[in-house]
Design a protein around this ligand. Sequence first.
Ligand code: SAH
Length: 242
Amino acid sequence: MRWPRFSRPRDGAFGRAPEGADAQDPRDPAVARARMVADQLRARGIDDDDVLAAFERVERHRFVTDDDPYGDHALPVGSGQTISQPYVVAVMTDAVRPDDGWHDARMLEIGTGSGYQAAILAELGARVVSIERHEELATAARQHLADTGYADRVEVIVGDGSAGWPAEAPYRAILVTAGGPSIPEPLLDQLEPDGGRLVMPVGEREHQALTLVERRGDERSHRDLGPVVFVPLIGEHGHSAR
Ligand code: SAH
């Protein structure tokens, strides 16, 4: 197995190697995770301790098969799909933090992929419904979530999630992890009216703007969190398959 070469982990609440681990051994996934959190997340401004702790705990290498599972880049997850670099997953997670805390907050994810983003939300305490249109990815994600101990907090459903999942609405947060031409109206309707948050890449097939929407009653405020590149959201309220 090839691993990135790391120098000694930096000191800091989340940049330290775990106790008992050899701080010099970059092949230890816990060391790689501590480095990822320090260098990719904390150094770029992610400062929420709960979010940082979740990224330090969830074993990304059990969701993706790659020589460099903690590297600063997107990775293939199968079926021609990709998971974003850890920083983008962290920005999306940070953006939807519920005002009243993560504990038992109901959340919807569109685009399960490997199951990693759902595991991060579950680690934070949320209960997650996650929809994936590729059955083989959903099957693999359920297995990853079971292997890492998050299966009881994440329900993976196969189908087109572009219209959401009204059966369990309203949601404290909705994360769309595939890029669409616009924010599907049914998703906005399924957000909790008192501060529910939705984050989604919106734009062309090739590049999008990461967009955060916050709902207060019938008011919706939008914020642009920066340019991103995601695989397309394919479905009734997304792009057409081609
Ligand atoms: N969040 C994932 C990565 C998502 S990649 C992770 O943590 O690994 C985007 C995923 O969205 C792909 O798996 C793709 O198949 C899925 N997808 C695209 N359009 C979809 C739709 N309409 N409904 C459900 N899933 C969709």
